[in-house]
Design a binder for this molecule. Structure first.
Ligand SMILES: Cc1ncc(COP(=O)(O)O)c(C=O)c1O
Length: 400
């Protein structure tokens, strides 16, 4: 690959030196789970050691101040208040908690995107079955992103939620989240953004986007441990939401017949946490902020664009990314194949994943796709990683 234009702010050699996994594999599975950097690994391991030495509850008490900082770091990253953040086990739990807190009634309309994630859409279908809610996907424009004019034309008094995915699981598309936010604000409709795949690879500013709720995971582009996530709930929407369940962290049992909800977004949390993993999440957020989300976005975007150019030039490779704006996820097939390609890459020590049709059924059906290879790149991927990857793809394209 010809030299990718690296942002001057990213010192790739340092990023690699701080990422032990870079010595083992070419990791292009950052949309699955990224390689953790040294500070994240250390935070998790040292807390496990502390728990082993002094006890789990006692270790948590000792780290109380540090745990409080995690809310501040996430709030800083998203441009919101720490009280608007709930720490959760994964993006799906966060998204579900927000979605099922909305007072949806029979006949209410929910507008979503074509590339909506399976777990979200399953819950739309569940709400349609249980509550009589009507779910309607907004069509894409000719570039493949959500058509904001179509969205605007679909709005009426019955629309009670706009819920879209920012970066879908199966392509490099970045949906126009800010424009959707403008429409949601104008019509005063709650707006839930699934930012699971965008957080950590680009700057996310909830004030600029105008969303009321946002869910994210720790393990993908943020480079945190598995089993971590967070939920942003705008303070002003709090009173419209009714948590679907409570526990003794999200509420206080004050009288035999009475409880009080925890303040702010904490009412969406559970009492039991994997504290070591959360400490790792905090380190991951601070580590990303240390590089700068703008710098990460520039590097990742340029690297992915170069990779697409090189793939495009290989006969037999078909790129599958859509949308006017694309990010660090590169999707493709080689002579119509995906699973076989990912398997061979794996044998060669190159990690990618395969997105299958039922993870984003509407979009994949509309494009007649069964599956795609998904290469999610990051700022620790260097020139040599790309060369190794492209060499295998060239060989496979010539063979198959
Ligand atoms: C767009 C999108 N939303 C949500 C999720 C679910 O995230 P989690 O596994 O952390 O619940 C994924 C996971 O791949 C995803 O791609």
């Amino acid at each position: 690959m010809s030299r990718a234009k690296a942002s001057p702010a990213i010192d790739v050699a340092r990023a690699r030196a701080e990422t032990p996994g870079c010595a083992e594999v070419v990791h292009f599975n950052n949309a699955g789970a990224a390689l953790m950097p040294r500070p994240v690994i250390d935070a998790v391991k040292s807390h496990i050691d502390l728990e082993a030495r002094i006890g789990g509850y006692e270790a948590e008490d000792q780290m109380r101040g540090r745990l409080d900082e995690i809310y501040r770091s996430i709030a800083w990253m998203l441009n919101c208040e720490p009280e608007e953040i709930a720490l959760v086990e994964n993006a799906t739990i966060g998204w579900n908690t927000a979605f099922h807190s909305l007072p949806l009634r029979p006949g209410d309309r929910v507008l979503t995107a074509m590339a909506e994630y399976a777990s979200n859409f399953l819950n739309f279908l569940h709400a349609a079955k249980r509550l009589g809610v009507v779910v309607e996907p907004v069509p894409n424009d000719e570039s493949g992103q959500l058509d904001t004019e179509a969205l605007e034309s679909m709005i009426d008094d019955r629309v009670k939620l706009i819920a879209i995915t920012h970066v879908p699981t199966n392509s490099g598309l970045v949906n126009p989240a800010v424009e959707v936010g403008r429409i949601a604000r104008e019509h005063n409709i709650p707006y839930l953004l699934d930012a699971c795949q965008s957080v950590g690879q680009m700057k996310i500013d909830v004030k600029q986007i105008g969303c009321d709720m946002l869910s994210a995971t720790g393990r993908k582009f943020l480079r945190g441990p598995r089993g971590t996530g967070f939920l942003y709930i705008r303070e002003s929407i709090l009173e419209k939401l009714d948590p679907p369940w409570l526990d003794l962290r999200s509420a206080k049992w004050v009288d035999p017949d009475r409880y009080e909800l925890a303040p702010g977004a904490r009412r969406f949390e559970n009492w039991e946490f994997n504290v070591a993993a959360l400490l790792g999440l905090g380190s991951a957020v601070e580590y990303a902020l240390g590089w700068g989300l703008d710098a990460i976005e520039t590097y990742v975007g340029a690297y992915a664009a170069r990779l697409r150019e090189e793939l495009q030039a290989i006969p037999g490779v078909s790129l599958r990314d859509i949308g006017a704006r694309q990010c660090g996820i590169v999707t493709f097939r080689v002579r119509g194949k995906a699973e076989e390609i990912a398997a061979v890459l794996g044998v060669e020590g190159i990690n990618v994943s395969v997105s299958v049709a039922n993870s984003t059924l509407l979009d994949m059906r509309a494009r007649g796709l069964e599956n795609v290879v998904r290469a999610g790149v990051h700022y620790y991927n260097d020139q040599a990683d790309a060369e190794r990857f492209l060499a295998v793809i060239r060989r496979l394209a010539a063979e198959t």
